[in-house]
Write a protein that binds this ligand. Structure first.
Ligand code: MUC
Ligand code: MG
Length: 373
């Protein structure tokens, strides 16, 4: 085993349309661009990973085109010829030579874990210490851009049982209009249905104080990233001020962000995302910090397709205290898929594939069909 080498690494950009426009404070998504990474080893094993962001460069600081370029120009030459067996050694090597670029690093680590799992005949969750769950709760995000459409969507999903909790995206409009939108949806779904609100940094701290007070009165269960991601002190002030839990999302990107926020009390919940953290192993480090600080956890998404979603699910399944469940609905927002067997979502949750590695297989005809040329 010791003489196995990484032979080559490839990246393709796959563009898939969304089922409807998805309105966030910083962008409206009509399709999703996913960087799919394939890592080929000399023992014939291939690992896959995904690097995905939201709305080009409007959400994160890596673009799909930039990630492909970074992989081909800087990452692949560093890893070619190396043994794929010590993922920790390879990720440390990347850290030494390439600063930042966490989204594409996460895709590489995913591909290494997938290959290693296939090699050893165990799942990625097993490599990470073992799963404590085989299914994960998954909420749905209502973000059609229209209050009535959102209410219809919520009712249909509650009726067919696919989801029993919702997240609302606001921050595109005047804050009072946004609060009225949230109130209308909360009233329509009723007090028993969990509703969270993601402001995606759109409010100043003073508007946040007024807006969150009204959202708290309306019975909203959780407020996500109300203010600028760099305003850690402000997030701490809001967390102390309100009873409704405040969740850090964009603010808690890296392991050191988690440490700083935990120290300040910035957020009573952390939204974990493999892309922000630079991989699955860093998610477990962030979770350890949260556990020590008494901060709750939520399994976040960068609206990845099935590959990134399953990678996230494997690491989230190893966390015993995922108090706020997950939002791993990314594949459901897309009109089609690039894997041979699509994921099963039912009864408010998703089933985690159980085969070796990620437990999924790319459908190369589909990759070819949607690949950017
Ligand atoms: C975000 O900021 O949480 C997650 C779900 C969704 O609709 O958007 C993302 C991004
Ligand atoms: Mg968010």
């Amino acid at each position: 085993m010791n003489d196995i080498q990484i032979e080559r690494i490839e990246a393709v950009i796959v563009d898939l349309p969304t089922i409807r426009p998805h309105h966030l404070s910083m962008a409206v998504m009509r399709n999703q661009a996913m960087v799919i990474v394939r890592l080929f080893c000399s023992d014939g094993i291939e690992g896959i990973g995904e690097a995905t962001t939201i709305g080009g460069l409007s959400y994160g600081d890596e673009s799909p085109e930039g990630m492909k370029l970074t992989l081909e120009t800087y990452i692949a030459p560093l890893l070619q010829g190396k043994s794929p067996l010590s993922i920790n050694a390879l990720m440390a090597l990347l850290e030494d030579h390439i600063k930042g670029n966490n989204f594409i690093k996460s895709a590489i680590e995913t591909a290494l874990l997938d290959a290693q799992g296939k090699r050893l005949g165990v799942s990625v969750a097993t490599l990470l210490g073992g799963a404590v769950a085989t299914t994960l709760p998954v909420l749905w995000t209502l973000a059609s851009g229209d209050t009535e459409k959102d209410i219809q969507e919520a009712h249909a999903l509650l009726k067919n049982g696919r989801h029993n909790a919702f997240k609302l995206k606001i921050g595109r409009h005047d804050w009072k209009t946004d609060v009225a939108h949230v109130r209308a949806i909360k009233e329509a779904v009723g007090p028993e249905v969990k509703v969270t609100v993601d402001v995606n940094q759109a409010w100043t701290e003073s508007i946040a104080k007024q807006g969150i007070a009204l959202l708290q009165d309306a019975g909203i269960d959780l407020i996500e990233q109300p203010i600028l991601k760099t305003n850690f002190d402000g997030l701490a002030r809001l967390t102390h001020y309100f009873t409704v839990p405040i969740m850090a999302d964009e603010a808690v990107a890296t392991v050191s962000d988690a440490f700083k926020l935990a120290k300040l009390g910035g957020g009573s919940v952390f939204a974990l995302k493999i892309a922000k953290a630079g991989g699955l192993i860093n998610i477990q480090k962030q979770a350890a910090i949260a556990q020590a600080a008494g901060i709750s956890l939520y399994g976040g998404t960068m609206l990845e397709g099935t590959v990134g979603t399953v990678a996230s699910a494997h690491v989230f399944s190893t966390l015993p205290h995922l108090d706020w469940g997950t939002e791993l609905f990314g594949p459901l927002l897309l009109t089609d898929d690039i894997v041979k067997k699509r994921l099963t979502y039912q009864n408010g949750g998703m089933e985690i594939p159980q085969g070796p590695g990620l437990g999924i297989e790319l459908d190369m005809n589909q990759v070819e069909k949607y690949k950017r040329r």
